[in-house]
Design a protein. Structure first.
Ligand code: AMP
Length: 289
């Protein structure tokens, strides 16, 4: 079972001990992998943990519902907190430390005065409806990187914009860490696993399949170009009035900006929609013809 720590001081002392124990057992430079999460763990998170175990001898999982990345106080309050169940799910994996701080441990003075800006792309897509969301994400990721100093940090492709912005922060700020990513884990019917899926009632859960189906339609239309991709995906998303589309965009992987109309080659289709009151996102890579 992992050691559960709630304070920065005990995180640091347990990490020191884990590093020196590993060294004693013959690993001269034990590698640390970090998996940041907000808890309410599902198989998607566990795929990240598996990757972390592959990448390092010492695995740290953080479970922190970061107030800085929530615009809406109600959304923050409603966010599921299930630490006991999370620890049970982590038990089969070789996780050394679970870092589960409270907000006052991470932000002892309340709102931070020094933060990371996610720049231009931070205000697009997820950032347009959730102002400041990515500044909050990058600030907490930077704090976690400073606290844990891992060789590898692991993220899910499910949050493609987040992966893009974290990689850019790591490059822009010369942070010495490898960013590993894991493909999106889905339910049998294609719906991407998300901690928010538990908020869907039966009708909404059924309707939520529209997101992954719209991406499948996008993939099928990719060889006919961006307009065809948009039309195909949109046709699926407008079929059910339980689903309210927020954005559907095709972006260039290297800039995360919208593709031009004559773009060809690899692109990412990103989608967000409200299903009932629950906001869901998904994405897929396509090859535009
Ligand atoms: P969260 O707890 O929602 O902040 O997610 C923590 C990490 O798990 C992020 O890197 C997410 O991209 C990743 N993640 C969430 N859902 C999935 C999924 N269905 N498949 C793979 N990774 C996921």
């Amino acid at each position: 079972m992992p050691i559960v720590v709630e304070t920065i001081a005990s995180l640091r002392s347990h990490l020191r001990r884990a590093r020196s124990d590993a060294a004693r057992f013959g690993v001269t430079r034990p590698k640390v992998s970090l998996v940041p999460t907000m808890g309410a763990l599902h198989d998607g998170h566990l795929a990240l943990v598996e990757r972390a175990v592959d990448r390092g001898e010492i695995v740290v999982v953080s479970v922190f519902v970061n107030p800085l990345q929530f615009g809406d106080a109600g959304d923050l309050e409603r966010y599921p907190r299930t630490l006991e169940a999370d620890l049970e799910k982590l038990a089969p994996f070789d996780v050394a430390i679970v870092f589960a701080p409270g907000a006052s441990e991470m932000y002892p003075k309340g709102a931070v005065q020094t933060s990371v800006s996610a720049g231009d792309v931070g205000d697009l897509y997820e950032g347009r409806t959730r102002r400041g969301h990515f500044d909050g994400v990058l600030t907490v990721v930077a704090k976690l990187l400073n606290l844990v100093q891992p060789e590898t940090i692991v993220f899910g492709d499910k949050d493609a914009q987040q992966v893009f912005l974290v990689k850019r922060m790591v490059a822009d700020l010369n942070i010495d860490v490898a960013v590993a990513t894991v493909p999106t884990v889905r339910d049998d019917d294609g719906l991407a696993l998300s901690s928010r899926n538990r908020f869907l009632d039966a009708r909404e859960r059924h309707a939520a399949r529209a997101l992954s189906r719209s991406l499948e339609a996008a993939e099928s239309a990719a060889d006919r170009g961006p307009d065809a991709v948009r039309a195909a995906a949109q046709a699926v998303l407008t079929g059910d009035d339980t689903v309210r589309l927020d954005y559907l965009e095709i972006v260039v992987p290297s800039t995360f900006l919208p593709v031009s109309n004559d773009a060809t080659g690899r692109a990412i289709v990103i989608v967000a929609a409200l299903v009932g009151d629950t906001r869901l996102i998904d994405n897929t890579a396509v090859y535009l013809g």
